[in-house]
Design a protein around this ligand. Structure first.
Ligand SMILES: Nc1nc2c(c(=O)[nH]1)N[C@H]1C(S)=C(S)[C@@H](COP(=O)(O)O)O[C@H]1N2
Ligand SMILES: [Mo]
Length: 512
């Protein structure tokens, strides 16, 4: 065979089996690269998939993001992250494949690593060296495994032997990817180690407040107690930042008499100022009867106790911009910050990474989005500016809308006379206006009865639970509406969450 001297042929012009084997090996190398990086740094900003995830998020149309928050909830961001993982695997697979093509083409084996090296350098510039090295090591190991004894295939004219050689390459590559993947799963899940583990011990004050919330919680199946067991989470990115307590600083900048910087000890050392507050958060993007509304007991200090040191000219300043370690930013009136709180504990534990470790802002009565997590800067502005969500068309910097949700529909039992004892229940929230009353209709809104309310928590900005028990015989429409502490009834007119929060009365068809 004369064309044996053609280098491409000498290295084995890929027949179908070899081509498949090369592709599989490249994909396996891609998986191993991602797993290797995960093993080294976990789901942190240094993870090789993190910058790609940012690109995915940045290139997702705003309308899709809004729709995803409302309808997919957390699933939306999980899907976004899966897509980013798949793209990262594909990126590494493509560079590995390109490398082996180059090596074959010019019969220079060293060229096989050139594309991977380029990508590695690019990623190392944006991410961390350890993460990139681990990715490279994972990919390299897999490629090496796949090509061990790879030469034998070219000597074989027997297609059966070529196929089994190809199969062995695939198996070795997949085994390599699995091995690196296993190490990744074990080591990577140990991330977030910068956040001190909750020790399960809480101070006496926190303990008695949590007990009080538990006692005041109504006995209704299917709704969160007054302190949520599962607190919702909304982030602009799929990978949360990991600022350490020791490295964290908060700078106060802009229109202040003197710019100032505080560290974690400065905040927690203000023992005279430390307070425990029940605060409810609600996302402006959630559906009317959605589940992105929760309550926790937060420990922290009033923002103003800290800011007074920097001296704020109350007369001239209109607003503030809060900035965070994930490049999130939100602007709102300075007046709202005056009652603000810097929280460093949640239900007696160190603030979890997901909720803004080490310090987040809590702005009473306002939509969740200005409760900035991983807070790094408070800039006092003299002119209005737009925050992250407002640049995308939302109006979520103001006080929350009043809402009564209907999450529990319980059949308590059959009563005599063919009727069923029914219980409906949920939460109602109106920010700092408070909830005065919740009414229930079981006839589609024709007649109304007061629901039972949980006793109020010692808080200015927390939800209440409601429940209503009644007898029913036929299917009917339950409607619920709240009245806030100022005596204003929740508006009846329906509005979508975009741009300024859902309105309307929640209703549900109930079959006894
Ligand atoms: N730094 C930062 N802060 C943030 C966000 C974010 O993506 N990054 N999301 C905001 C939004 S839209 C909401 S509703 C609340 C949710 O807080 P949680 O995740 O603790 O429930 O945080 C707000 N603070
Ligand atoms: Mo939100």
């Amino acid at each position: 065979m004369t064309d044996r001297r053609d280098p491409r042929v000498a290295l084995g012009r890929p027949d179908a089996g070899n081509r498949l084997a090369s592709t599989a090996a490249a994909v396996a190398a891609g998986v191993a690269a991602v797993a290797g990086s995960y093993a080294a740094v976990g789901r942190t900003p240094a993870f090789v998939a993190a910058p790609i995830s940012e690109v995915v998020v940045a290139s997702t149309p705003d309308a899709v993001v809004a729709w995803s928050i409302q309808t997919l909830g957390d699933l939306g961001s999980q899907l976004g992250f899966l897509l980013a993982l798949a793209l990262t695997v594909a990126l590494f697979a493509a560079t590995v494949a390109a490398g082996s093509l180059l090596a074959d083409r010019f019969a220079v084996p060293a060229l096989a690593v050139a594309p991977v090296a380029c990508v590695a350098v690019a990623l190392a510039l944006t991410g961390s060296a350890a993460s990139t090295l681990a990715a490279g090591a994972g990919a390299g190991l897999t490629v090496a495994l796949a090509s061990v004894g790879g030469g034998e295939r070219t000597d074989s004219d027997v297609s059966g032997a070529a196929t089994s050689s190809a199969r062995r390459r695939v198996l070795r590559a997949v085994a390599g990817a699995f091995a690196v993947g296993g190490v990744g799963a074990v080591l990577g899940s140990d991330e977030g180690g910068d956040v001190p583990d909750p020790d399960g011990e809480v101070s006496a004050d926190v303990g008695s407040l949590l007990d009080e919330a538990a006692e005041k919680s109504l006995d209704v199946d299917g709704i969160e107690p007054l302190v949520s067991e599962q607190f919702y989470q909304v982030d602009i990115n799929n990978v949360d930042p990991t600022p350490k307590r020791e490295d964290w600083t908060l700078s106060v900048t802009g229109a202040v008499e003197e710019e100032a910087e505080f560290d974690y000890d400065d905040v927690t050392a203000m023992t005279d100022s430390v307070e425990h507050r029940f605060v409810t958060l609600r996302c402006v993007g959630e559906g009317l009867n959605g589940k992105k509304m929760d309550t926790a007991l937060w420990t922290g200090v009033p923002v103003m106790d800290l800011l007074d040191e920097a001296g704020i000219d109350a007369g001239g300043n209109c607003c503030v911009m809060l900035r965070a370690a994930d490049d999130y930013f939100e602007e709102f009136p300075l007046s709202a910050l005056r009652d603000g709180f810097l929280a460093f504990e949640m239900n007696g534990d160190p603030l979890p990474r997901a909720h803004g470790h080490p310090v987040r802002a809590l702005i009473p009565g306002h939509w969740g989005e200005i409760n900035v997590k991983w807070l790094t800067e408070i800039e006092v502005l003299e002119e209005e500016a737009k925050g992250y969500w407002e640049k995308r068309g939302w109006h979520g910097t103001g006080p929350v809308n009043t809402v009564a949700k209907l999450h529990a529909v319980n059949r308590l039992g059959d009563s005599s006379g063919g009727t069923t004892e029914m219980q409906v229940g949920g939460h109602a929230y109106a920010g700092t206006r408070g909830i005065e009353r919740v009414e229930v209709s079981t006839d589609g809104g024709d007649s109304w009865t007061d629901a039972e309310l949980s006793d109020p928590l010692p808080a200015e900005d927390a939800w209440r639970q409601w429940q209503y028990t009644y007898e029913a015989t036929a299917p009917h429409e339950v409607v619920v509406r709240a009245t806030d502490g100022e005596g204003t009834l929740q508006p009846k007119e329906d509005a979508e969450p975009f741009p300024s929060g859902a309105t309307g009365w929640v209703s549900k068809r109930v079959e006894p």
